[in-house]
Design a protein around this ligand. Structure first.
Ligand code: SF4
Length: 369
């Protein structure tokens, strides 16, 4: 249950006028704002989810140069897409792009669906992305609600519910739809997002420069820090993991994770999470023997690399392992290769594996390159 957030017609009109003129003056010149091509807007919106504009820019330019349209993307291999995406994180976003492009080519003759239902039937497109494509590419009156918009609306209306909770989402989507200025949703949606990105920041919003400050309920009450309200957050569990950097001569074993699941399709050193694990002598040897079928010995330890995922705080213990015998079993992986360290950059790697590679470079492997 939720109560609709009141927004009078006068207030809506004032917000439209202030925010749209501010956006016309202050908006950043971004490559995806120079086009109304739904393909370009789709790629940018997927990349921008949970990621800042300055991080996205080089990835977007490379992606559009390599896959300039939906046909090029539909024909790409998963590895091609992941290689361009590597380092941007949240890899399920990248994995969904290709099947979505293939569906657009095969079922829609290469044209993007122009309805919310049609767009949301595509892999990886939810209510937010559908709203962004509909409003920005075609000027339809569709709302968006991302982290920036949630924060701005929560403060403007001093909304007393956690915006990420189910009732919070329902109330804010409803408000975002009621606030849409007819025929101007493309600029309005982007203006709200831009205000959140440039002025109404999570920490220290610059209210003095804010075009809607006169009507901002949180500012008027002197309670900007209180919004958005946060419900109780679950603590992310700490999980221990093991990573074996397995050498055979001058080459290292690189494996590709299965396509489905966390970091699917990316390359890494053989790694496993060990819940409830306490480090002890022999763990690395057991891991390599049991999971890879190789015999050998640990030559060095490279300490612990920490990486925080959405649902866990991983502490990865790194071991350098010299393979001296046995028969490699790598059936649990999508593919494997023995590679020289100079070849690492040919592979799409997760941010976690990049950290392991950096540690290896800094500390040396104990083996000859
Ligand atoms: Fe955000 Fe401050 Fe503007 Fe309110 S006045 S919308 S808190 S920047």
């Amino acid at each position: 249950m939720y109560e609709a957030i009141p927004a009078s017609a006068d207030l809506s009109r004032a917000l439209h006028s202030w925010l749209l003129s501010w956006y016309a003056r202050e908006k950043r010149d971004l490559p995806w704002r120079r086009t109304r091509d739904p393909y370009a807007i789709w790629i940018s919106e997927i990349m921008l989810q949970q990621t800042q504009v300055k991080t996205v820019l080089p990835f977007y330019e490379r992606f559009m140069a390599r896959f300039p349209d939906v046909y090029a993307l539909a024909e790409a291999s998963l590895d091609d897409v992941l290689r361009i995406w590597a380092g941007l994180g949240y890899y399920s976003r990248a994995r969904n792009l290709r099947p979505a492009a293939q569906r657009i080519v095969k079922k829609c003759g290469g044209k993007f669906p122009e309805t919310e239902e049609g767009l949301r039937a595509l892999p990886g497109i939810g209510r937010y992305t559908a709203g962004a494509i509909l409003s920005i590419a075609w000027g339809k009156d569709a709302a968006v609600l991302d982290g920036n918009v949630m924060r701005v609306l929560s403060r403007l209306f001093a909304f007393d519910i956690d915006p990420r909770s189910a009732p919070g989402q329902k109330a804010l989507w409803d408000l975002a739809e009621r606030l849409l200025p007819e025929g101007k949703s493309a600029s309005w949606n982007q203006a709200l997002m831009e205000l959140g990105a440039l002025v109404c920041l999570s920490d220290n919003p610059t209210c003095l420069l804010c075009p809607v400050a006169a009507s901002c309920e949180a500012r008027i009450r002197g309670e900007v820090d209180r919004y958005p309200v946060r419900g109780e957050r679950k603590k992310v569990p700490v999980v221990q993991g093991i990573c074996a950097i397995v050498w055979r001569g001058k080459k290292v074993l690189f494996v590709q994770r299965p396509e489905e699941g966390l970091l699917g399709g990316l390359w890494e050193f053989p790694t496993a999470e060990l819940r409830g694990w306490k480090p002890r002598a022999g763990t690395a040897e057991d891991f390599v023997r049991e999971t890879l079928g190789l015999e050998g010995s640990v030559e060095a330890t490279l300490g612990v690399v920490r990486h925080i995922f959405t649902h866990r705080d991983l502490r990865l213990h790194l071991f350098v392992y010299a393979a001296k015998g046995g028969r490699l079993r790598a059936g649990r992986y999508r593919a494997h290769q023995w590679v020289r360290p100079s070849e690492f950059e040919r592979f799409p790697l997760s941010a976690l594996t990049e950290k392991v590679v950096a540690r290896l470079a800094v500390m040396g492997s104990g083996m000859t390159y």
